[in-house]
Ligand binder design. Sequence first.
Ligand SMILES: [Zn+2]
Length: 408
Amino acid sequence: MKRRFKYRAYPTLAQERWLYAELKHQKKLYNYMLEMRSQMWEYGSVSVSMYEQINPLSKLRENSHYSEHPQDLQVSTLKRLNAAYDNFFDRCQDGKAKKKGHPKFKRSVRSVTWSVRKSKVKDKATGTFKRVRQKPIRKTGTRLDRLKVPKLGEVEIRRHRPFLGDPKEVTLKKTARGWYCFIVCEVPDTLKCVPKSACGIDVGTYDFLTTSDGETTPNPRFYRTAERKLAKLQRVLSRRQRGSKRWYKAKDTLAKQADIVACQRLDFLAKTAYSLFHHKGFDAVVAEKLKPSNMVKYRYLAKSISDASWGMCFDWCDWVAKRDGKHFHQVPPHNTSQTCSECCQKSPIKLKLSQRVFHCPSCGLKLDRDHNAALNILHRAACALRGEVWDAILYETRNPLLQQACWG
Ligand SMILES: [Zn+2]
C-alpha cells in the first residue's frame, strides 16, 4: 500500500525562480514528447512506448540545454505522459466510456516529481555492499527541516509529522497559497478486521450525513458561505485590464479564496470519514453507490450537490477503511428513501424532496426520511452479504410472522 505525506515547503526567492523555470521546461518537454507520439501514430502508424522516449533522453542531453535540468524530473514527466496514454487506451477498450479523451497539450505544469534513488553503502560488519534508498529529507534539529531537490539543493520544509515506511517518490507542487511537498511511501498492507459493528449512511443536501443510528452531521455548505465573496472577487477581476499587473493581482486573490474553500471541504470530509470509523467506532460502513456526475445534470440541485461532494466523501471512507483495516461497502441506491425500513413496502406515493418525514401507509411507521434511508442501506448490505436478492426476498426475511408461515 502506498501512503502520501504532505508538508508545507518554503523555497527562497531564488529557489522559487529556479522552480518556475523548471516547471516551464517540464511543460515544454511534455508537449514535445506528446506531439512526437501523436505524429508517429498519425503518419507512420507507429506506437511509441515510454522506454523508447526515455532511452534517447541521455543522447538528447549531450550538448544541449536539456543537460541543465535534472534527468530525474524529465523521466518523471515522461512517465506522467505514459500514464495519460495508458488511461486513454483503457477508455478506448472500455465500450461504456463516452469520451475517449486523447491526452491534451498542457498549458501549464504545476508540479515536479522525482523518484528517490538508491545508493551503494558498505556494511561495516560484513564488508559487503548494500543498495539503500537515500533519505529525501535532512534533519536539522530546528523547526524547519531540509528537502533535497536534484540540482537545486535544499529547500526548507515544515515536517509537522514523521513519514512512515520506505520513501519512493517526492513531488513539489505550487498551489495558490504556496508550495507543498508530497512524499509517497511504501507501507505494508493492513489486515482487515472481523466486523463487529456496522452502520449505514445516507448522504443528502439538507443534512450532510445521517447514520442508521439516527445521528446527523449538518451540511457545512462551504461554497454557499463563500459564494458572495467569490462573486465579488470575480467581479473585480473582470473589471481589470486582462494581462495587466492589477489583473494578475486580482487573479491571485481569487485563486487563494477558492483554495481556502477547497481546503475547508477536504478537512471536513477527511475528519468526517475518520470519525465514522474511529470516534463512533464502526468496523463497517455502508453507503449508496451514487453517481454525482449524473445527478448534477438536475440543474436545480447541481450547485448543492457539487458543494456537498459526496463522491469525495466515499473516496475518503474507502481510503480510511483500507488504511486502518476496516470495511467500506457501497450498495445500489434505488428507492432507499421510498421504501419502509420496517415492513419493506415501497410507498405508493413518491416522497417529495421537501418532505422530511417518511410515513408508511401499511405499517404506520413515522421516521425521519434520511434515517429511514440509512436503515434501508444497512439492511440492503446485510442481504447482499447473505446472498439474497433485495427486492423479492427481503420482505419475508424481515417479517417474523411471514417467516413462520413460510417455513412452517
Ligand atoms: Zn412500513
